[in-house]
Each structure stands twice: as structure tokens, then as C-alpha cells.
Design a protein around this ligand. Sequence first.
Ligand SMILES: [Zn+2]
Length: 220
Amino acid sequence: MTSTELAASATSARRLHAVAPDEPVDGAIDRAGAIDRAGAIEAIESLLAALGRDPGSTHLAETPRRVADALIELLTPHPFAATTFANDEHYDELVVVADIPFSSLCEHHLLPFRGVAHIGYVPGDRLVGLSKLARVVELFARDLQVQERMTRQIADWIGETLEPSGVGVVLEAEHLCMSLRGVQAEGTRTVTSSLVGSVRDDDRTRREFLARAGLRGTEA
Ligand SMILES: [Zn+2]
């Protein structure tokens, strides 16, 4: 599957960048590095000084601590138990959870990107509680990310944990590094997708997933 254009919606330009299963996605998550809160606070102080601001001023006295804590929170996912259960009734229709809100931090600018995730899977032997899918999104969102990688990580997690016959993940997000600076393309949403197995290969299933995700697919 290649990158593909979707028809622009009425409200905003929507580009669908399909992340193929065999496409290399740079940089694995490295959560091995422990967070050094005191070091982060000091670094924000230095950053303010380097930006020509006075970190000693009363207005900024608490800023380094607040910024450090905000970043630490955004980089720390809530732990959750990925409880799965047997698909005793052999349910084999597409399950879709649409419009799961998320926010993440772009690793290029440390600015937020936020939007919604749409997840679908065609069950195999295991099912997962639908609320867990929102947790999976958060698990990967709370990191320094690029949208393409995050899309793939969610699809991989579902593939590995549930071994379904198909998985589809679509993320739609606005990147503040695009809308506040640079090209200042306000309202532009970037749409990425990772479609695997029957959600990729079966025409009807793919169309059903994209329709329920609110997208009109024009996959090549
Ligand atoms: Zn960015």
C-alpha cells in the first residue's frame, strides 16, 4: 500500500498517509531512561535564560517546575492491564471504536499534536474490552512521537495481543508545530492509517472500516 490522497473534506484538507506493514518506522520507543525531574527543572531554567528571559523573576519563579511536571505527565502513560478474553461465540465481524481522543508530543518540536483515533479489528480467538483500546492509544500517545509511528505501534499492539484476522488504525490529528508556526496551516489535519490482514486485503471489510472511521477510502 502506498501513500494515498483522500478527497478533501468540506471543512479541512485531510491527507491520508497509509503506513504499510513493512514500511520501516524510525526509532523504537525507549522508555529505559528514567526521568530526572530535578534535572528537567534545571534544564527549563537554562532554556528560559537562553531564550533571553529571566528565570529569577517572580513571574517565572514556578515556571520551570510547572513545565517539567507537565512534560513528565505527558510522557508517562497510565499503566493498565490488557485483559483479553476468549471469543467463545466466535464473533468474526469488524469491531470498530471510533473517535478516541488523544494528545501526544511531536518529537521534532516538543509541541502537542492532538486528535482522534479510530480502531477496528476482526476478532480471532481473543477479544479485548473496548475501553482498553482507548488505553492502548494513550499508552503510545504519552511519548515523544511521530504520528506515523504511533499509528503503527497501536496496530502492532493489537495484532500481537489479540492475533485478530485484521486490524485497522486511523489517526487524525492537528499538529501545533504546523498550525502555530511554519506554514501556519490552521485546521489542517494529518490522517495516517495502518491496515493489516483482512482490513487491508478484503475490500468490503476495508471499506466498512474506513466508512465507520468517517473516511471515504480511495486506497490504491
Ligand atoms: Zn512537529
